[in-house]
Design a protein around this ligand. Structure first.
Ligand code: CAA
Length: 257
């Protein structure tokens, strides 16, 4: 691992971004956010992007939050600018056109949990610890936690977590729907590799369309969202991918997307 605050590895369209500040448990400071945003801007126009994995360096922490040392002396205006930078960056991650997988080892707290909440998948090791402990520091979540957490786990559990600041283990995170899978730490990498392989084997445009339908539909009333689904479904029939997928089924062979 180099000393860059974000490491990027592109494995034939599966891009892995590693937040690399293990000595500070990968806490998000302005440098990390700027570097992350620059990579995300690049990925928005990556011609062969199939999936993104985001993780933290080391086995102790995904991201232990926004950087408390950097925030400590901020004025309200500076705090607003910091949160705005983070929200913009996290939104870019959320709206990438392909599935984004958070690979969570260890601490996933505060801004780290808020980063994971913007991912399509969160796969956690058994040692993962989640929480929004901001109230213990005299603040509230500022990187989207008060809004994405209730949308993910429901308002009752979100209120519980953001007002007590309590930490939960991976199994509780799974039970409340905060993460998709929990794996023994030794199997986490293999599992994520298999997952991205599976995503890569599917029709690239249909995977993008399925993600878009879920994301865009969630912000709409049901009838509008269903109309959106119909449009995206119909659009699939305009391209080669549907012809290959359905043709392969009928011809009893594997599709070649
Ligand atoms: N910001 C800056 N530095 C951090 C950090 C953070 N969020 N979390 C950990 N670190 C640093 C520690 O200061 C320490 O640095 P030094 O070695 O230089 O002292 C190093 O990482 C290792 O941490 P600990 O020695 O504390 O490790 P531990 O195993 O004893 O404890 C921990 C781990 C429970 C995660 C503890 O570090 C901790 O409570 N961290 C803060 C978690 C937190 O409150 N996160 C929310 C931040 S606020 C936020 O995110 C706001 C928002 O929504 C925008």
């Amino acid at each position: 691992m180099s000393d860059a605050v974000i490491e990027k590895v592109d494995n034939d369209g599966v891009v892995r971004l590693t937040i690399n500040r293990p000595k500070a448990l990968n806490a998000l400071n302005s440098d990390v956010l700027s570097a992350l945003e620059a990579y995300l801007v690049e990925l928005e126009t990556h011609p062969r992007l199939r999936a993104v994995i985001i993780t933290g360096a080391g086995e102790k922490s995904f991201v232990a939050g926004a950087d408390i040392t950097e925030m400590r002396d901020k004025t309200p205006e500076e705090a607003r600018a910091f949160a705005t930078q983070a929200l913009r960056t996290i939104k870019r991650l959320e709206t990438l056109p392909v599935p984004v997988v958070a690979l969570v080892n260890g601490f996933c707290l505060g801004g780290g949990c808020e980063l994971a909440l913007a991912c399509d998948w969160a796969v956690a090791s058994e040692n993962a610890v989640f929480g929004q402990p901001e109230v213990l520091l005299g603040v509230i979540p500022g990187f989207g936690g008060t809004q994405r957490l209730p949308r993910r786990v429901g308002p009752a559990m979100a209120i519980d977590l953001v007002t007590t600041g309590r930490k939960i283990d991976a199994q509780e995170a799974l039970r409340i729907g905060l993460v998709n899978r929990v794996m023994p730490q030794a199997e986490l990498e293999n599992y994520v590799e298999e997952l991205t392989k599976q995503l890569k084997g599917n029709g690239p445009l249909s995977v993008r369309g399925a993600k878009q339908a879920v994301h865009d539909g969630l912000d709409q009333d049901l009838d509008s969202a269903l109309a959106l689904e119909t449009s995206l479904f119909a659009l699939c029939f305009a391209g080669e991918e549907q012809k290959e997928g359905m043709g392969a089924f009928v011809e009893k062979r594997k599709p070649n997307f």
